[in-house]
Design a protein around this ligand. Structure first.
Ligand SMILES: Nc1ncnc2c1ncn2[C@@H]1O[C@H](COP(=O)(O)OP(=O)(O)O)[C@@H](O)[C@H]1O
Ligand SMILES: Cc1ncc(COP(=O)(O)O)c(N)n1
Ligand SMILES: [Mg+2]
Length: 524
């Protein structure tokens, strides 16, 4: 807001001052987060309005409070009905949030009556914020009037002059300028210039609806210079809410401290990425579908159907690219044979593979494992696990820390950790792992310079571990039974590498091992 000197002169000490104020009331450490307040309408279809704003901010790592100005009955076919909230009640909401939270940026969407704009301005003068982003929403993409011409004069005379940036689409820009024609990029530029004269510090005229353009072009004007932001026009019906998304993303970036032009560029890239990711999804039967702000909506079939159980560790097969090469078989064939022979979980451990090639193989293995109801984990490579949507990862003590892996993979993925000591086992549990792998139980040449902990070491780790344990290291048909015979209740199985994959026939070795493990289990 101009009265505050705008976003270019944010006080450098602001954050630290607030944080130290908060520490006086609590001994816990405090973590300040960037905060946006959206003042907008609710969209029952959740593609635009308040719902889009909250999703964008969450996706961009910013907290979003919401003051609702109107409730719409809306879906992918259009807006069926609009119910305005009383201005006094909008004011109550504004006071509740602004008097309590450290709001960095206010973003406005649907402001359906002059009275509502009035209470907004009143509250902003009482509770100033660092920046105001105005998306002058007037007509939905489906053609429904969301804010009529009655708001035009208060927008022009009072709201625009205190805005840091306004983000009209071509129709809104035209309405604000009294109906001028805007059908070309040149006309967008001249509209941006005229709008800038109404007082906002920056203007972005959006060209999503510009006729006959193969690019999607937005025109940015800072009072001196123009920037044209081009991106390829994405062929999709799922563009409902693009305007709200763009404005909220600008607000979120400003709340983090970005300068205006970078905020706008990030926001444009965000819309572009989300549209591209969501171009084929089907939500609703109308002409204007919503898109996926989190790039994570999936087909129900692609979800993992069952949850991890300790007994899944029973016969744990770990692949090795060197061995597969030696025996001239692909990872995919090796995995197929292991599963057919009774492997209960698979880990791809490909230390030398090229990333692109490994990813393709991992994807094929995910398909095979999923269709057989066997989990697939990736050794070490969190990026590959995310990219192929594996069921989880297995990491060692010198790989990425487990709590970080958990935050990257989310709560539903399986995480295993190699542990040689009781302390490591305890830490793995604290950090959110699902199981631990403990070894080397016997000397092995699969892993160089790996300390052997022996059966006794394994027993020690099992005793301390709150997580299920799989034994690893030099285990094969000749000694698997002796390992399982230690009788620790949380020792759930053995992990094998060469016993399966450095053999002529993976299938028959897996079968033999499975049989021997089953027998040793029966004895207990
Ligand atoms: N089909 C599309 N492909 C790529 N970008 C698009 C597309 N449609 C809209 N956009 C972008 O989405 C943002 C919102 O623009 P627009 O749709 O014009 O606003 P509104 O939703 O307010 O009508 C702009 O950055 C615009 O360039
Ligand atoms: C509550 C509400 N606010 C804003 C829009 C504009 O979004 P779009 O232009 O994508 O229809 C909308 N349709 N509904
Ligand atoms: Mg649009």
């Amino acid at each position: 807001m101009q009265s505050l000197g705008g976003i270019r002169s944010w006080p450098a000490t602001w954050r630290t001052t607030t944080a130290s104020m908060m520490t006086t009331t609590t001994t816990e450490s405090v973590r300040k987060v960037a905060q946006v307040l959206t003042v907008a309408g609710s969209d029952s279809g959740a593609g635009a309005g308040i719902q889009a704003d909250i999703k964008v901010c969450a996706a961009r790592g910013v907290y979003c409070a919401s003051v609702i100005t109107a409730v719409t009955a809306q879906n992918s076919r259009g807006v069926q009905s609009v119910h305005l909230l009383p201005p006094d009640f909008v004011s109550e909401q504004l006071k509740s949030v602004l008097s309590d939270f450290e709001v960095d940026v206010v973003k406005t969407g649907m402001l359906p009556s002059p009275e509502i704009v009035e209470v907004l301005l009143q509250n902003l003068s009482e509770y100033p914020v660092r920046a105001l982003v105005v998306d002058p929403v007037m007509v939905s993409t489906s053609g429904h009037v969301l804010a009529g011409s009655s708001i035009l004069s208060i927008f022009r005379e009072r709201l625009l002059p205190v805005a840091d940036i306004i983000t009209p689409n071509v129709k809104e820009a035209s309405a604000l300028l009294g109906g001028v024609r805007i059908q070309t990029v040149a006309e967008m530029r001249s509209a941006a210039k005229s709008l800038h004269q109404m007082g906002p510090r920056f203007v972005l005229v959006k060209g999503g609806d510009l006729p006959d353009s193969s690019d999607s072009v937005d025109v940015y004007f800072d009072g001196n210079e123009f920037h044209e932001l081009h991106s390829p026009r994405i062929a999709t019906r799922n563009t409902h809410g693009t305007g709200c998304t763009l404005a909220s993303c600008i607000a979120a970036e400003l709340a983090k401290g970005s300068p205006m032009l970078s905020a706008v560029k990030v926001a444009k890239r965000f819309v572009d990425t989300a549209l591209n990711y969501s171009k084929e999804i089907v939500i609703g039967s109308g002409m204007q579908g919503p898109f996926d702000h989190f790039l994570s909506l999936k087909d129900p079939q692609s979800y993992r159907q069952s949850t991890f159980k300790p007994d899944d560790l029973f016969l744990y097969a770990v692949t090795d690219s060197r061995m597969n090469r030696k025996w001239n078989r692909s990872i995919v064939d090796a995995v197929k044979a292991a599963i057919e022979g009774g492997a209960t979980i698979i880990q791809l451990r490909e230390k030398e593979a090229e990333t692109r090639e490994f990813l393709e193989e991992a994807k094929s293995c995910v398909d095979i494992c999923r269709s057989n109801g066997v989990f697939l984990l990736i050794n070490d490579r969190i990026d590959i696990a995310l990219a192929c949507d594996a069921d989880g990862v297995h990491v060692g003590q010198s790989d990425m820390p487990v709590d970080l892996v958990r935050s990257l993979l989310g709560p539903d993925k399986i995480i295993g950790v190699s542990c040689k000591t009781q302390e490591q086992a305890h830490q793995a549990w604290k950090d959110g792992a699902d199981y631990i792998g403990s070894g080397g139980v016997f000397p092995t040449n699969t892993k160089a310079n790996n300390r052997t902990i022996g059966i006794d070491g394994l027993r020690e780790v099992c005793k301390a571990s709150k997580l299920p344990v799989v034994a690893i290291g030099g285990i094969g048909i000749s000694n698997a039974e002796s390992v399982m015979r230690i009788g620790e209740p949380n020792l759930k199985g053995v992990a094998v590498v060469s016993a399966l994959f450095d053999q002529e026939c993976v299938l028959s070795e897996a079968k033999k091992l499975h049989k021997s493990l089953t027998e040793s289990k029966r004895e207990h």
